[in-house]
Design a protein around this ligand. Structure first.
Ligand SMILES: [Zn+2]
Length: 138
C-alpha cells in the first residue's frame, strides 16, 4: 500500500525533530512530489509543501526547477504547473539536489539555514553553527 502524502509529511517532520536533537549529520527527508499529467502539462499538486518545509521562496525555487527541467512553470495556489510531461522522480531528484546545494549547511550538515543576498551574491547562513557559505543555488 502506498503511504498517504500526509503520512509521508508527518514522517518527514518527525524525522526533522529527531535530527534536530542530535548534533552532527542532519538529514532532511523530503515528501514525495504529487504529480499528475493533464494534457501536455504537469501539475505538481503538493508543490507549496516543499518551499514551506525548506523555508525557501516558492517562486525562486520554481524558477530553479523550471530551469533545470528546461521548461516554463507557473504557480497556481499551492500547485506548480509545468509545460510538458515531467515525471515524479525527476522532481524528487531535483529537489534533493536543491536541498544539498541550497539548504544543507556544508560545514555542519544542518538544514536550518536561510539565504542572504550580499553584493549580488547569495550566501547560505547556518542558524546552527553560524557558517556563511556561498550558495550554489539561490
Ligand atoms: Zn552549519
Amino acid at each position: 500500500m502506498p503511504r498517504s502524502y500526509e503520512e509521508l509529511l508527518s514522517r518527514a517532520r518527525a524525522g526533522l525533530d529527531e535530527d534536530a536533537k542530535k548534533s552532527g549529520s542532519l538529514r532532511l527527508e523530503l515528501p514525495m512530489p504529487d504529480v499528475i499529467w493533464v494534457g501536455n502539462k504537469t501539475i505538481f499538486r503538493n508543490y507549496s509543501e516543499f518551499p514551506k518545509l525548506l523555508r525557501r521562496d516558492p517562486s525562486r525555487m520554481l524558477v530553479y526547477l523550471a530551469k533545470e527541467l528546461a521548461t516554463a512553470a507557473s504557480l497556481v495556489g499551492d500547485r506548480a504547473i509545468f509545460i510538458g510531461r515531467k515525471d515524479r522522480d525527476s522532481f524528487y531528484q531535483l529537489l534533493q539536489r536543491y536541498v544539498k546545494d541550497a539548504v544543507i549547511c556544508p560545514v555542519c550538515g544542518s538544514p536550518d539555514t536561510h539565504l542572504d543576498k550580499e553584493k549580488r551574491m547569495w550566501f547560505m547562513v547556518c542558524e546552527a553553527c553560524g557558517a556563511r557559505s556561498v550558495a550554489k543555488v539561490a
